[in-house]
Design a protein around this ligand. Structure first.
Ligand code: PEP
Length: 251
């Protein structure tokens, strides 16, 4: 069975104190028997503090990135070894990592493998640019990112894929539920081709790109969408909690 989930990506926002306060407010608003899994991904420096804040809350913790090596001379980097006792999830290949930090599909694949080897769940982000969509190559681009990102990996339970069209991230211009579903169906079919029906059905597919409490319901109704990866709206506890409630059908 696929797990429904709402993931908050706080990006490079919040000091440690602010992260603790935000986590506290979110934990107060989210009921721990919700049928939707909730994950928050604070900056690395706040993970330990937020872990303690969220203890017994039912909310899981994720990191926003990781290095593929376990240890060594990689100044500034953080490894799976350091995260494994703190996080259950790691976002890998976010479009900001791909564009600003020039991460290739091969680098993303190494990270996916490192996260799985450590026993955590990768949230593999894929998505086309506006130019690629307008040029008619959106499906091909997304399929290629998916196949390369999962190369050598058993793509079933324990993998989360987030489809985030780059043109919808932080722009307020969300993809319509129909556009998102069409791409999700293609992603699901590609997963079937990679690992078979049963395994493909176990992968949680999240939509990301200007999700808010007003539009999340439309995504959750789609056959191949199991949740959302939320950026901006996850920084406001009230908005994020409302997104979770709508996704759970209790909003
Ligand atoms: C994201 O950063 O993954 C994202 C989807 O951001 P936003 O919700 O702000 O568009």
């Amino acid at each position: 069975m696929t797990i429904s989930m709402i993931v908050g990506n706080w990006k490079m926002n919040t000091t440690v104190d602010e992260a603790e306060a935000l986590a506290t407010q979110i934990a107060c608003g989210v009921s721990d028997d919700s049928n939707v899994g909730v994950v928050v991904c604070p900056p690395f420096i706040s993970l330990v503090a937020v872990q303690s804040t969220l203890k017994n809350s039912g909310i899981s913790l994720g990191a926003q990135d990781v290095h593929h090596e376990v240890s060594g001379a990689f100044t500034g980097a953080v490894s799976t070894n350091m995260l494994v006792n703190i996080c259950q999830y790691v976002i890998v290949g976010h479009s900001e990592r791909r564009s600003i930090f020039r991460e290739s599909d091969a680098a993303v694949n190494l990270k996916v493998k490192a996260v799985l080897t450590a026993g955590m769940t990768p949230i593999l982000c894929i998505g086309e640019s506006l130019e690629e969509r307008e040029g008619g190559s959106a499906e091909a681009v997304v399929e290629s990112q998916l196949r390369l990102g999962l190369e050598g990996v058993e793509a079933g339970a324990g993998i989360v894929v987030a489809y985030e069209p780059v043109w919808a991230i932080g722009t307020g211009r969300s993809a319509s539920p129909e556009i998102a579903q069409a791409m999700m169906a293609h992603i699901r079919q590609t997963l079937v081709a990679i690992g078979g029906e049963e395994a493909a059905a176990e992968v949680s597919l999240l939509y990301g790109g200007s999700v808010n409490a007003g539009n999340v319901g439309g995504y959750m109704e789609q056959a191949d969408i199991n949740g959302a990866l939320v950026g901006g709206a996850s920084l406001n506890a009230e908005s994020f909690v409302e997104i979770v409630r709508v996704a759970a059908g209790t909003g």
